[in-house]
Design a binder for this molecule. Structure first.
Ligand SMILES: Cc1ncc(COP(=O)(O)O)c(C=O)c1O
Length: 395
């Protein structure tokens, strides 16, 4: 009996695989042959989850907390999130408006299903987080890229928003701090963009998954919700809370959307992981927060180390990032296309970085993303190797 598995759904043809996956495969091959690869391509903290969270997860297992939970998440966790908004982030968010999800990825899937009908457009930035496009297309939506440039600090202006808004556009998705640029938006920008979106009867989603990972940029805000209440906010325990593998995040929704989102969450996921939720309650305890803050300071030091090191080698970071754990680096002065740059760097010097093409089209041939999610010693080794590469290539 033969089935038609060779014919994937049509919409899949619109999706391109990540180039970085091929580079990571090459890195693995090199490591299997005994090479030490320096990893600047990985978009997750190198630290393990903080001990208080692990302990809470262990206890939840021992206590048999292994059943489905409420589709919107455990009340205790939603209350802990609401308390954090009120006490640390400067926003009053009623617990009823918080929905716990399977990572921000689960949140993006739910939002796409909630807000986009077939043919509806969603404005996203170029460069931006690559999976956004896939979530939009999954429900028949149309991703609409708006270029954001280094010269403007990767800020999306109201003029650009208006210029790219189409008759079918329904809303805007904006990340701050952003991947791959690390750019943050300020309160004024959120207010201006919010006004412009509202004037067009659109919706505004802010992706705040790198919340907490900011480094003294005075424009950085704790949350868009402290600026305007009507936003949809997407967040996650992955990055600041160091819980990538636990797959847990949350949404903050306007009240009128909660019932429909709950209906979707029940059908698509039943509930988020129970163990991960019990563990995550401990993420807001003073002990765990002290660990997260210490790690943030380490990221800040590494950011400085990598930034100054790359600039000393003549590589440019045209807009200094205020957050996340990425540098978006212009390699055009080497005369090498950025994708070639990545391949030559891994093949010849065993340093892995992510090509700009994975994040969009705008000047993608000039840029590569460095993640400083590796220890300080490895950053130095990586910088030395890149210095050597530039000498050998005469770049
Ligand atoms: C901007 C952005 N949004 C969302 C995600 C999804 O994260 P998760 O599903 O781990 O919460 C990522 C992951 O790297 C990201 O960079």
């Amino acid at each position: 009996m033969e089935f038609a598995y060779r014919m994937p759904a049509d919409w899949l043809n619109q999706i391109t695989p990540f180039r970085v996956m091929e580079l990571m495969k090459r890195a693995e091959e090199l490591e299997a042959r005994g090479h030490k690869v320096v990893h600047f391509e990985v978009g997750e903290p190198d630290f393990n989850t903080a001990e208080p969270i692990i302990e809470a997860g262990r206890q939840a297992l021992i206590d048999g907390r292994t059943k489905y939970t409420h589709a919107l998440g455990l009340l205790e966790l939603r209350e802990a999130i609401a308390r954090d908004y009120a006490t640390r982030l400067g926003a009053i968010v009623p617990v009823e408006r918080i929905a716990v999800t399977a990572g921000a990825s689960g949140g993006l899937l739910l939002l796409s299903a909630l807000l986009l009908d077939s043919g509806d457009g969603l404005l996203i930035t170029d460069p931006g987080y690559p999976c956004n496009e896939v979530f939009v297309r999954l429900t028949g939506g149309v991703p609409q890229r708006v270029p954001v440039r280094a010269a403007d600090g990767y800020e999306l202006g109201v003029d650009a928003l208006n210029a790219y808004w189409q008759p079918n556009t329904r809303g805007l998705l904006l990340a701050s701090p952003a991947n791959p640029t690390g750019a943050v938006v300020g309160a004024d920008a959120v207010r201006r963009l919010g006004d412009a979106v509202a004037a067009r009867d659109g919706f505004f989603i802010m992706d705040e998954i790198y919340q907490g990972l900011t480094y003294g940029d005075e424009r950085a805000i704790t949350t868009g919700l402290a600026v305007t209440d009507g936003l949809i906010v997407l967040n996650s325990f992955s990055k600041y809370y160091g819980m990538t593998g636990w797959r847990l995040g949350w949404l903050v929704l306007p009240e009128g959307l909660v019932d429909d989102l709950e209906k979707l969450a029940q059908n698509l996921f039943i509930s988020p992981s129970s163990i991960a939720q019990y563990a995550a309650i401990a993420a807001f305890t003073p002990d765990a927060m002290a660990v997260h803050e210490a790690r943030r300071r380490r990221f800040d030091q590494r950011r400085h180390q990598l930034l100054t090191g790359l600039e000393a080698l003549g590589l440019r970071v045209p807009a200094k990032p205020g957050g996340a754990f990425y540098l978006y680096v212009d390699v055009s002065q080497t005369g090498i296309d950025s994708l070639d740059f990545c391949w030559r760097l891994i093949d010849e010097f065993q340093v892995a970085v992510t090509p700009g093409i994975d994040f969009g089209e705008l000047e993608a041939d000039r840029f590569v993303r460095f993640a400083y999610t590796t220890d300080e010693e490895s950053i130095d080794v990586g910088l030395n190797r890149i210095g050597h590469a530039l000498e050998v290539w005469g770049a």
